[in-house]
Design a protein around this ligand. Structure first.
Ligand SMILES: Cc1cc2nc3c(=O)[nH]c(=O)nc-3n(C[C@H](O)[C@H](O)[C@H](O)COP(=O)(O)OP(=O)(O)OC[C@H]3O[C@@H](n4cnc5c(N)ncnc54)[C@H](O)[C@@H]3O)c2cc1C
Length: 500
């Protein structure tokens, strides 16, 4: 049994009161706060970092954003999400690159991708701060949400750790956008931690400088496409791939002789073992945003958990160490990298999938494949793949849609119930915190934006009605979403719902 120490009960001063409190100012949290404030609710946004943006902010992410599906290109993203992205684009803060011509050497499964938008992190941050100020969102930065105020089965605020100690913030509705359902877990709601072990794993973005990219690309161009020698192929199959046990068998082909030599001498392991059974490796550089790349960490599900602070710290420290070691390896061997150095590692290490709420309703693969309609739809989303005979014939469960030919994925409803933690009122979740069903891939950045906006609007409407979100008149909410520009279907569908 785990040893426990009882903390004395204490009176916690109330620091602040608000109508809607958004816990976690990442990708979902930012848009939740903007949408809530745009609906007229007094809104407060809390984050443990001193900046907003989460994976885009201290996470240094933004490699690519998969919101280029035909549905969204044609209909656009609605609400504050769409307005924000249009303004960001106008300012030159969204660039595109063609994934197929990207630098990775392995034939990606994602053939058929249209050019992919890449967000400029600094422009994103600048516009985010401006919009938050314009909409009068109160910011509580460098503040960790450490507990939930729960009364009569409803969340009525959060406890926070501030530079001045523990404080309380009262709120009518809390939006949990911590990415790991921290508020729901603290409030005692059922949460699903079964993905905290692995699946997609953690990734550390880091930046290098001093690279002569032209020399590097010339070297790659000369090497690219050369077939592997038999001994190299055997080494990849017998040593490298088993060491990775990875989803993407992705390694820089042109570096293989150096990788093999250093592996044999013990100078450097491209796939480094991490204490506790995990392993770290670097994603090959790609041409779209060359100075930022990722160290990935994976581990067997039963070995480590990102919810265990000791495990997590091991993973985080090992990923940083591997970033330095990898660039040293590049400096030793790779043309163009002689003067390279790591200039920044992200202070926030992303986690693709961890603890989530257990919602009133969990979308299933069957719902998505059947494009099932829900009466409490709050957004229609589109997959980037299809489950069909072509995929089955190729021995896969799904295949990527051919975006160049404007093929659509499955269009599926996301119901309000997916945002609501079972048995707990006063709280709505968004972003990774709701991404329970793997098939729906609810963790993608563009979906995190959309679910954030929807959750923020829902929270504002619930606060204004003074009713828990699950008791609200769903048509009132759907009308408000449509009026804000969110996509709940074509006019016939809206008419069917009685909101057209
Ligand atoms: C390495 C990596 C690569 C990825 N690549 C892609 C990609 O190519 N395309 C794509 O679409 N998606 C990608 N993703 C997924 C995507 O970035 C995330 O799923 C997305 O960021 C989810 O948004 P979120 O708002 O839920 O979480 P985050 O953006 O992680 O935001 C969570 C926020 O909550 C804050 N927070 C957490 N706990 C607390 C607390 N207790 N108190 C206060 N603040 C707290 C954090 O500081 C953070 O700001 C990637 C993710 C990772 C990790």
């Amino acid at each position: 049994m785990t040893e426990v120490i009882h903390e004395p009960a204490r009176a916690v001063p109330v620091l602040h009161e608000t109508e809607v409190l958004v816990a976690g100012a990442g990708i979902a949290g930012l848009f939740a706060a903007l949408e809530s404030a745009a609906q007229g609710a007094r809104t407060t946004l809390v984050d443990e970092y001193s900046m907003v943006g989460g994976n885009y902010g201290p996470g240094l992410g933004s490699r690519h954003d998969l919101w280029q599906s035909p549905t969204f290109r044609d209909r656009g993203l609605g609400g504050q999400v769409g307005a924000f992205l249009r303004e960001l684009e106008r300012r030159g803060g969204i660039k595109t690159f063609d994934f197929i011509s990207g630098g990775d050497n392995v034939p990606w499964r994602w053939q058929g991708m249209a050019p992919i938008p890449v967000i400029d992190r600094n422009e994103f941050q600048r516009l985010a701060l401006q919009r938050l100020r314009e909409l009068d969102v109160a910011l509580l930065l460098s503040t960790t949400v450490a507990g939930a105020v729960v009364q009569n089965g409803a969340v009525g605020g959060v406890f926070v750790e501030t530079p001045d100690g523990r404080r309380a913030v009262r709120a009518q509705v809390v939006v949990d956008t911590t990415g790991e359902a921290d508020v729901a877990a603290a409030a005692g709601a059922d949460v699903d931690a079964s993905h905290a072990g692995t699946e997609a794993g953690m990734g550390l973005f880091f930046r290098v400088e001093g690279v002569d990219w032209e020399r590097y690309e010339a070297f790659r161009a000369a090497e690219r496409g050369k077939p592997l020698a038999r001994a190299e192929q055997r080494w990849v199959d017998e040593v490298l791939v088993p060491a990775m046990d990875m989803v993407w068998k992705n390694y820089p082909r042109e570096l293989l002789p150096f990788i093999m030599a250093d592996w044999a001498s013990g100078a450097f392991r491209y796939v480094a073992p991490v204490p506790g059974g995990a392993y770290a490796y670097k994603i090959p550089f790609a041409t779209h945003d060359q100075d930022v790349t990722t160290i990935e960490v994976r581990w067997p599900p039963d070995k480590l958990s990102v919810l265990n602070a000791l495990n997590r710290s091991t993973i985080e420290a090992s990923a940083r160490q591997h970033a330095y070691d990898t660039i040293d390896f590049y400096c030793r061997h790779v043309p163009g990298f002689e003067q390279a150095r790591v200039s920044q590692t992200a202070p926030y290490m992303g986690n693709r999938w961890s603890r989530t709420i257990v919602p009133d309703y969990t979308l299933t693969k069957e719902d998505i494949v059947a494009e099932r309609k829900f009466d409490d739809v709050v957004h229609v989303l589109t997959t980037l793949y299809r489950y069909d005979e072509t995929a089955q014939q190729a021995g896969r469960t799904r295949r990527l849609v051919d975006l160049k030919n404007r093929e659509e994925g499955h269009n599926f409803d996301i119901p309000l119930r997916q945002f609501l933690p079972q048995g707990l009122d006063g709280m709505v979740a968004a972003g990774r915190s709701i991404g329970r069903e793997r098939t729906a891939s609810l963790r993608w950045r563009w979906i995190a934006k959309v679910t954030g906006g929807v959750a923020g609007l829902t929270a504002a409407v619930a606060a204004s009605a003074g009713a828990p979100a699950r008791q609200m008149d769903i048509r009132t909410l759907q009308r408000a979403l449509v009026a804000a520009g969110y996509y709940l279907g074509e006019p016939e569908r809206l008419a069917e719902l009685g909101i057209g």
